[in-house]
Design a protein. Sequence first.
Length: 275
Amino acid sequence: MAGVGSSFGIDYAYSKYLLANLTYNKVNYDDHAKRDRDAFSTSLHFKDRDIAASTKFEYRLDKGTNLDEKQYLTTNRVSYKLNPSWRLLAKLNYAKTTDNINKQKEATFTEAGVGFAYRPINNAQFNLIGKYTYLYDLSTLAQVKNNNDEKSHILSAEMSYQLSQRWSIGSKLGLKMYGIRQRRDGGEWYESNMALAALRANFHIIKSWDAMVEAHMLTLENDGTKKGLLVGIYKHLGDNIKMGVGYNFTDFSDDLSKTSDYQAGGWFVNMIGKY
């Protein structure tokens, strides 16, 4: 979609720990709706030795032919280094769309979560990550053919251990308790559960290259069990990021936060962050 836009913003460093931002965007889209967008956003970013936190709020106003929408969005993150071995994390994402012309176009999305990362300073070979996530998704009309309304509670834990200079192993466990409804913004919720288990082996090939194979199993309440393999090859990009490509021999993903259409098989590209 083509358009012409202009943007104005200001950054203010309140101190060496705190940065504030204020931005205004004006966009005129070249489409049949003759849509104009005004967007205002403000954010705060804080970082010191033990705490990193950010918050952002954005307001969008879209007007045009048969169009009068408002969107409110906020993203929030905080990470707290409890001690050299433990780190606590939390996030909150929220978005709401209202429409003064067509109420059926209104939508809501909520994602909230807390988690931890454990890497003992006296045992650098071991890593453990755990998190809880709450999701509520009332999709837009453009998505309703592919996504049902969903509310979910997700628990997951992932472990890795360095066996030797070349070999490391890992495992992942996940539980998703969710409800879906097929009629948008109405009707009965269908409640169900699914559980994921995975075992992974990594082999350091040479220099910054690794190979990976993973066996995973997905158990669905009243719908049996799916099993399969996933393989990949990764390249380390510095000390904190590695990127790879691989092939999934199953039709499901190990990311329980995503609504599965069981079409996740085939080639994939993945990026992994480390700390």
